[in-house]
Design a protein around this ligand. Structure first.
Ligand code: PMV
Length: 320
């Protein structure tokens, strides 16, 4: 019994920050994201009746660090009374690129585990289970523009527009490599407990979600740019005002923002977003992608630029 799935990471335009249920890993707010193109995690799951323990290989090496989260994710799909599982994960993008590698990893793992055990879970149920492992992973089950909506006891994930409907480009400016200073689960709890802006952040999310939904529906780039930059800067304001403060940016992150402002003043259709890390992601019209890439590459402190676009959702592939 084995299966292999591929999933891409996603970046949120209307951000998720904060949890309403730590046990089920339910987010405090809904979110809207773009699933990326070309950057992939390939995950193979092999049920091994003879093995004594689960094993997880990441890019060819045994990983003890990821194993507890992998085993829990497998329990969610298969149940805890199960045979042991050998998991092989390969990503074709740098984990340090701040591209939420956990999103693509847990989306692919959950889908592959469901297929290997021939479960009849729907994509929606798989998205919910993936979301229990990593909040943003639920969104990578779908391609293009994706909304994660909060319902009373669960989440509902759906596609707002496909990658063909509105094929925007994404340029990632990597300004620092290395693990983030504070992991997102811990950081979200710090914000929930201490940031004076947290409640307002939760209360105002509804308005940002409907503005982004409408902008995507109407393919209105400047409206999407406005709400996305606002959501990003508002999330970071919540983080900055937390105690201890959560400042994920470095000097080069700010210089990249300056580069985007300069491009915008020259009427280049581009906007930025930044997650819980120092990398800046620029979203632009494909005709401007080369201009944006060149400008970010020339920005002092940028160590690498990656070019992407909008991709499709997680899918099963034939085993190697
Ligand atoms: O899925 P997590 O737990 O790594 O949290 C993701 C949080 C942000 O990337 C900052 C925002 C988002 O909505 O993806």
């Amino acid at each position: 019994m084995h299966a292999t799935a591929i999933a891409q990471p996603n970046i949120a335009l209307v951000k998720y920050w904060g949890k309403r249920d730590m046990v089920k890993n339910l987010p405090a707010v809904g979110s809207i994201s773009m699933t990326l193109l070309g950057l992939e995690t390939k995950m193979s799951v092999q049920i091994d009746k003879m093995a004594e323990n689960d094993r997880a290989y990441v890019n060819g090496s045994l990983s003890q660090k990821l194993l507890p989260r992998v085993s829990l994710a497998l329990n969610r799909v298969i149940g805890s009374e199960r045979d042991r599982v050998i998991v092989n994960s390969r990503s074709n993008f740098p984990i340090a690129a701040g591209l939420a590698s956990s999103a693509s990893a847990f989306a692919a793992l959950t889908l592959a585990a469901a297929s290997a055990t021939k479960s009849d879970l729907t994509i929606q149920q798989i998205a919910r289970l993936a979301g229990e492992s990593s909040g943003s992973a639920a969104r990578s089950l779908y391609g293009g523009f994706v909304e994660l909506a909060n319902e009373e006891k669960t989440i509902q994930v759906s596609q707002l527009a496909s990658h063909q409907d509105w094929p925007l480009s994404v340029i990632v400016a990597v300004t620092e490599v290395g693990p983030k200073s504070v992991g997102s689960t811990e950081a979200m709890e710090i914000s929930r407990k201490t940031s004076p802006f947290y409640d307002e952040w939760v209360n105002r999310q509804h308005a940002d979600l409907s503005a982004a939904r409408q902008a995507i529906h109407e393919r209105d780039f400047s409206a999407l740019a406005a709400v996305s930059e606002h959501s990003c800067l508002k999330m970071h304001s919540v983080m900055w005002a937390s105690r201890p403060s959560l400042v994920y940016w470095n000097a080069a992150t700010l210089r990249c923002m300056q580069t985007i402002r300069e491009l915008q003043s020259r009427d280049v259709a581009v906007f930025f977003t930044i997650d819980a890390g120092p990398q800046l992601k620029a979203i632009c019209d494909p005709k401007d992608a080369e201009t944006v890439l060149t400008a970010l590459r020339a920005t002092d402190g940028v160590v690498e630029v990656l070019r992407s676009g909008l991709g499709c959702g997680a899918r099963l592939i034939a085993d190697d």
